[in-house]
Design a binder for this molecule. Sequence first.
Ligand SMILES: C[S@@+](CC[C@H](N)C(=O)[O-])C[C@H]1O[C@@H](n2cnc3c(N)ncnc32)[C@H](O)[C@@H]1O
Length: 245
Amino acid sequence: MNKLQKFGEMASLQHVIQADFNEVFRKDYKLKGKWNELFFKNNNPIILELGCGKGEYTVALAKRYPELNFIGIDIKGARMYTGAMQSFQERLKNVAFVRTHIELTDSFFAQNEINEIWLTFPDPQMNKTRKRLTSTKFLTLYSKFLKSDGIIHLKTDSNFQFSYTLALIKENSFKIIEKYEDVHNQIVSTSVLNIKTYYEERFIEYGIPIKYCCFIPDFSLPLCEPEIDIPKDVYRNAGRGVKLY
Ligand SMILES: C[S@@+](CC[C@H](N)C(=O)[O-])C[C@H]1O[C@@H](n2cnc3c(N)ncnc32)[C@H](O)[C@@H]1O
């Protein structure tokens, strides 16, 4: 199926939101602050997966936790199609997908509307701090909708992304809840960390250890960027001979 056919099919799915740029740029989307009332029709916590790709975490977590609501967000509709169709075919009522830029998420969600954020294999953006999904720029964005005790999960192949995020956590005295340097050799079989994304499967094929941490950011003080040098040869994953991002 080509991209246009996928987009056509997704347009008919009520749980897939593809708002026009003009509908959300510097404007509030109609569901902002009302996702539970108007969309999920319950009062359950809402969890986002940002840069969800095919939405493996969104769908698998929704199946495992029917008492929670999940929203996968990505700009690439052809990838999202996989999770959108799977959740439709499995009649999951606690899933939505939003096709938009992560930078616009504050047009979709109101203060305290979101309980947790998953970042699954974001591009490490080694040369551009402001594009890194765990940078202070993005944390400032998340502070507009993440609850004060809300959790951020990061799963990554990238030594650089992981080291940078741990340095940021330390610099800002955030509370770290869990941390693994080699998830698939450290976790128990029932852990949600066994859910594997499309990119993750490929990194595992290349023998790259998968890293994970989750933490509670504190937005009550100004956020500080950590000082971190980028010796690229050290941080680039050994064995990554292909450009996956
Ligand atoms: C490396 S892929 C990971 C996809 C998926 N989470 C996985 O692990 O297979 C990064 C994803 O983030 C999405 N993405 C990157 N920057 C984005 C942005 N600013 N807004 C929306 N999506 C973005 C890309 O479209 C891509 O699907």
